[in-house]
Design a protein around this ligand. Structure first.
Ligand code: F6P
Length: 316
């Protein structure tokens, strides 16, 4: 068989480890594999290279993606998709393996509808795809955020301040929720769990009066202007408040062991599924079982996190 592999969407730690597992498994079974540069844009530009065993040496441990990634506007058009398909046909690629997040799976779905055999591997720090308990990259980003919260707690308690930490996650709240629980946050604000600002400020005012030394608020991006929120909390609660936007630092770094294992399992599984002539699916690991589901499920399934949110209220 002949495979193509690409990474698309925002980079996530563990993408390189995934490419490595895909390449090594394909070669193990005697197949050819092309690496496509810069996601779907590379498919349109016919920017591909045959990958060999040594091309992925050292990739298990490296952050980012050595193939490059992009959010291609051209690929969203029918013309771009047709160009991409023509290039796949020219190279006689049987199955395309795409590694990425939401946008990647939308692209995979579009290609599937046009008759291309595609398998999607979930890799995004956001953990916002269905079909898998975790996406590749999530645990590494979580580690980065928890480390930041621990450090911010040191300075917050020393100065008796409240600290607001803004995480990434786009529409998804898992990064803020999991990091908030791990970092002992007093408030976690996500799109699934909005908090009344006035109620929060009232509580902070009470805590300040009671003599609490500090407070931590973790919020997903695109909800508040956290600098304005910090000023409002300072003015109304008496808790001097500072905001920190963690930004792109959350996407970098070498993958933690959880992501290396997941990447290796899913990368290898994708090739095995293709050899069984299964495509048009996104793959994942659920309750320790490798599974696959339609792109529709992967893109639309949501997980109820209410138990975790309740936990935060009980222990804050
Ligand atoms: O999807 C991953 C992610 O890091 C989101 O958390 C964030 O909203 C977005 O990508 C940022 O995208 P870009 O790299 O295009 O600015």
């Amino acid at each position: 068989m002949r495979f193509g592999v690409l990474t698309s969407s925002g980079d996530a730690p563990g993408m390189n480890a995934t490419i490595r597992a895909v390449v090594r498994t394909a070669l193990h079974y005697g197949h050819d594999i092309y690496g496509i540069r810069d996601g779907f844009q590379g498919l349109i530009n016919n920017d591909m290279v045959l990958l060999l065993h040594d091309d992925v040496s050292g990739m298990l441990t490296k952050g980012g993606t050595f193939l490059g990634t992009a959010r291609s506007e051209e690929f969203k058009t029918r013309k771009g998709q047709e160009l991409a398909i023509r290039n796949l046909q020219k190279r006689k690629i049987d199955t395309l393996i795409v590694i990425g997040g939401n946008g990647t799976f939308l692209g995979a779905q579009a290609l599937t509808e046009l008759g291309v055999k595609v398998i999607g591997i979930p890799a995004t720090i956001d953990n916002d795809l269905g079909g898998s308990d975790y996406t590749i990259g999530f645990h590494t980003a979580l580690n980065t955020i928890v480390d930041a919260i621990d450090k911010l707690r040191d300075t917050s308690s020393s100065h008796q301040r409240c600290s607001i930490i803004e995480t990434m996650g786009r529409e998804g709240g898992d990064l803020a929720l999991f990091a908030g629980v791990c970092g002992g946050a007093e408030f976690i604000i996500t799109k699934e769990h909005m908090i009344e600002k006035d109620v929060m400020i009232k509580k902070l005012r009470e805590w300040k009066k009671e003599g609490r030394s500090h407070a931590i608020i973790v919020t997903t991006e695109n909800i508040f202007n956290v600098f304005e929120l910090a000023k409002e909390i300072s003015d109304k609660s008496g808790f001097a408040t500072r905001a920190t936007v963690l930004g792109y630092i959350q996407r970098g770094g070498n993958p933690v062991p959880e992501d290396r294992i997941l990447a290796t399992q899913l990368g290898s599984y994708a090739v095995q599924l293709a050899m069984d002539d299964i495509s048009g699916v996104g793959i994942g690991l659920r309750q320790n079982t490798l599974t696959h589901a339609t792109f529709d499920i992967v893109l639309n399934e949501t997980v109820d996190r209410s138990l975790l949110y309740e936990l935060v209220d009980r222990v804050s």
